[in-house]
Design a protein around this ligand. Structure first.
Ligand code: B12
Length: 216
């Protein structure tokens, strides 16, 4: 772990998003390269993900750390990186959202954060997203994976609707579909025609890598 990511990890573990954003701004003012900072944050978040996996920190910590990292990335680093046309190393592009009729987004946000942490470019299109919007965003962004979250038994069929809509739009074979959410099972994933299913956010990352043939 680099000095920079070790510093950033310590800062993230203060669980103070405002302070974290300020720290990142200072680093940039001192001349740090924005891409290096993004990669260091990614590395720091990985360590924090491990702490969560080991039960050293709780879900609320993961959410606050993720929020701090996302704010620093979106508010400070991304605009700078886009300006200089540098690119963060990316494992692939993921469009993620909660399906139509469903407003549960806590789990989806954690999955998005963990995928981002692992090195994926993540396009979060929110909650209660129609099949049409999933198709449009997948098309526009040329995504490698579309990830569908559903928390209600009544919105589970909407995952299948998205897969059907991708097929109708002629892009089903261009994108991998990952499904998840509390009521989702491997059996349902197979029935709905998905490429993968993850029980939790850690599994989501593993499966996302597997379906794109990326080694751990
Ligand atoms: C918080 C909550 C709410 C909040 C949501 C706030 C928000 N911003 O998300 C509010 C209060 C709005 C809400 C509303 C409702 N809720 Co609610 N809610 C919950 C609750 C308590 C927790 C859900 C949660 O956030 N869990 C924590 C996260 C971290 O876990 P997770 O979502 O499962 O996500 C993990 C995995 O599933 C997976 N995952 C999730 N998405 C994805 C996607 C992919 C691609 C992958 C690979 C993995 C993956 O990884 C995540 C991280 O590990 C659950 C109870 C429960 N036990 O789940 C009920 C629950 C889901 N709700 C329920 C119900 C019925 C409702 C309402 C219909 C209530 C009502 N009568 O109005 C409404 C529905 C509104 C709507 N249209 O969506 C029921 C569903 C029953 C069913 N089987 O259908 C539950 C199970 C409660 C219950 N026991 O009755 N709810």
């Amino acid at each position: 772990m680099s000095m920079l990511s070790s510093t950033l990890k310590d800062q993230l573990l203060l669980f103070d998003p405002d302070k974290f954003v300020e720290t990142v701004r200072k680093l940039i003012d001192q001349g740090q390269n924005p891409t290096d900072v993004v990669n260091a944050i990614t590395e720091a978040l990985k360590e924090i993900g491990k702490k969560f996996e080991n039960g050293e920190i709780f879900l609320v910590h993961l959410v606050v750390a993720g929020d701090a990292a996302r704010r620093a990335t979106v508010e400070i680093l991304e605009p700078l990186i886009k300006k200089t046309k540098e690119k963060r190393e990316s494992l692939g592009k993921v469009v993620i959202g909660t399906v139509a009729g469903d407003i549960h987004d806590i789990g989806k946000n954690i999955v998005a954060m963990m995928l981002f942490t692992a090195g994926f470019e993540v396009i979060d299109i929110g909650k209660d997203v129609s099949a049409e919007d999933f198709v449009n965003k997948t098309n526009e962004s040329n995504a490698d994976i579309v990830a569908l979250s559903a928390l209600l038994t009544t919105t589970l069929p909407a995952q299948r609707d998205v897969i059907e809509a991708l097929r109708k739009a002629g892009i089903r074979d261009k994108v991998k579909v990952l499904v998840g959410g509390a009521p989702v099972t491997a059996k349902w994933a197979a029935e709905a025609g998905a490429d993968g299913y993850g029980e939790d956010a850690i599994e989501a990352v593993r499966v996302a890598k597997r379906i794109l043939n990326i080694k751990e």
